[in-house]
Design a protein. Structure first.
Length: 86
C-alpha cells in the first residue's frame, strides 16, 4: 500500500471510531414511550450525576464492547437505541 493511500485510510478509520455506535435495547429494558418522561430522559443524559438507569446503559455499552455511554438516546423502529463511544 502506498503512503498516499495510508493517510486517508487512517483518517477515515479515526473518524469512524469517533462516531460511536448505536445499540438497540430490548423492550424489557426500555421502550420508546419511556423517552417521553422528561425527568427520566434528563436523568439519563446528565453525565454529572449517577443514576441506576445511566449505570445500566453504561453496562450495556461496556458488555457490547462499544465503550462508554455518551448520554445520547433515540427511538428507531419502536426500539430505544443508546450511543456508545470508545
Amino acid at each position: 500500500m502506498t503512503r498516499a493511500l495510508l493517510l486517508p485510510l487512517l483518517a477515515c478509520a479515526l473518524t469512524a471510531c469517533d462516531q460511536g455506535r448505536w445499540i438497540a435495547l430490548p423492550p424489557l429494558l426500555m421502550r420508546c414511550a419511556d423517552l417521553d418522561d422528561r425527568n427520566l430522559k434528563a436523568d439519563l443524559e446528565d453525565s454529572s450525576k449517577f443514576s441506576l438507569g445511566r449505570g445500566m446503559l453504561q453496562g450495556v455499552c461496556t458488555q457490547s464492547g462499544a465503550g462508554n455511554f455518551t448520554g445520547d438516546l433515540r427511538c428507531s423502529n419502536d426500539a430505544v437505541e443508546v450511543r456508545c463511544k470508545s
